[in-house]
Design a protein around this ligand. Structure first.
Ligand SMILES: Cc1ncc(COP(=O)(O)O)c(C=O)c1O
Length: 381
């Protein structure tokens, strides 16, 4: 006798946390297209289309562009294992959870890490990063988080890249929450290694990490003394993704590649500037609504990120309880603070298809409903 097991039946959610965001319906449809084998010549044409669209999304006309088949964290790790060798010095800007993670992975690569820190909600001042570069002329890498999802802070990356130009050091940027949501010009600004993910402003499922690697970074990789981990080896992956005829490296996640193809097509069809503007407008609506309600935003207003808004939980309010009620009663996911050191906060993401004034309004209305019953808030009003 065979077991009758229940089928999968996940509930509908509005995903307005730090990611993942809701997947575009046409991206889900793309994953239902006929499966091809990873060595099928028709798939190889699709790979080249993805690379071409990704170049336009990153604004990266030269160097190497491709999506790694991995998480955002692994895209981070891939950059660090390529650009650092034991004994190298890396300067890491650290003002939140993900800057800390970069520093930790760099340390595990055997690098000496010079951390340049700032408080939660602050960007790391570029002058302080540059001071460390001048103090450590043999440093091989500067790494920053462009869009720090743990605090809602945007690091002024274009200015940093401009000021660092001419110094003999590579610049790596975490663009996990900025690709497709915030202005980026990886080629024009001169970023040497940028990585992102598929599950935030691209509105595709998690599982891929698009990267862009400059000519200077590729030259550094070619002259390494120590070998690279096989699974991440960008030179081997280029032989599959870009060189023709392709060389097998691993069985590619075909359906995730279809999803990314459609997500990039939607991004370019909308237009990069229009997409960034949509994220900015939705965020402005949300942030204005939150401050009008007397809530305090965590990020320094000068460096407030659009796709992610961190809000301080008011004194006397149980932030986790509110978060739980938003999920249970309104089907809306928002995030809390990330890591034990984080101050009490909610993190609200308006990313990808959720970056609309309408969605911002839905989140505000749900907050109003649950906060109205919060004793600390009712007592104060
Ligand atoms: C800024 C930033 N970097 C890196 C990551 C790690 O990405 P993943 O969770 O896909 O490993 C995240 C995930 O939220 C992030 O927000």
């Amino acid at each position: 006798m065979s077991d009758e097991l229940p089928g999968l039946n996940p509930p509908e959610r509005l995903l307005c946390g730090p990611g993942p965001s809701n997947v575009e319906p046409s991206v889900l449809d793309a994953m239902r297209q006929p499966m091809l084998g990873h060595l099928d010549p028709d798939l190889h044409d699709i790979l080249l289309e993805v690379v071409d669209m990704l170049r336009r999304a990153w604004r990266m006309p030269d160097g190497l562009v491709l999506p790694l088949h991995c998480t955002g964290t692994a895209g981070m790790e891939a950059g660090l294992v390529h650009l650092l060798e034991p004994g190298d010095t890396a300067i890491v800007a650290r003002s939140g959870y993900f800057g800390r993670r970069i520093a930790e992975i760099a340390r595990r690569c055997g690098a000496e890490v010079i951390a340049v820190t700032a408080d939660w909600g602050e960007a790391v001042p570029n002058e302080r990063i540059l001071q460390e570069v001048d103090r450590h002329p043999r440093a091989r890498l500067v790494a920053v988080v462009h869009a720090e999802t743990s605090t809602g802070v945007e690091q002024p990356l274009a200015q940093l890249a401009e000021e660092i130009r001419g110094r003999d050091v590579l610049l790596m940027a975490d663009c996990v929450t900025s690709l497709g949501g915030v202005e980026l010009d990886i080629g024009g600004w001169g970023i040497d290694y940028a990585y992102s993910c598929t599950q935030k402003c691209l509105a595709a499922p998690p599982g891929m990490s698009p990267v862009a690697v400059s000519e200077a970074a590729l030259e550094r990789i070619r002259t390494r003394r120590t070998p690279l981990p096989f699974s991440f080896d960008l030179q081997l992956l280029e032989k599959y993704w870009v060189e023709r005829p392709p060389t097998y490296h691993h069985t590619a996640p075909i359906l995730s590649i279809y999803a990314l193809h459609e997500a990039l097509r939607l991004l370019l069809e909308e237009g990069l500037e229009a997409r960034w503007a949509r994220h900015a407008e939705a965020a402005a609506h949300l942030q204005q609504g939150l401050t009008e309600r007397g809530l305090e935003l965590l990020a320094d207003p000068e460096h407030q990120l659009a796709p992610l808004t961190a809000v301080r939980v008011p004194d006397g309010v149980d932030g986790k309880e509110i978060q739980g009620r938003l999920l249970r009663e309104h089907g809306i996911e928002v995030g809390g603070g990330l890591g034990p050191a984080a101050p009490a906060m909610w993190r609200i993401g308006l990313m990808g298809r959720n970056a609309t004034i309408d969605t911002a309004g839905r989140v505000l209305a749900a907050f109003d409903a649950v906060m109205a019953e919060e004793p600390a808030v009712a007592a104060a009003t």
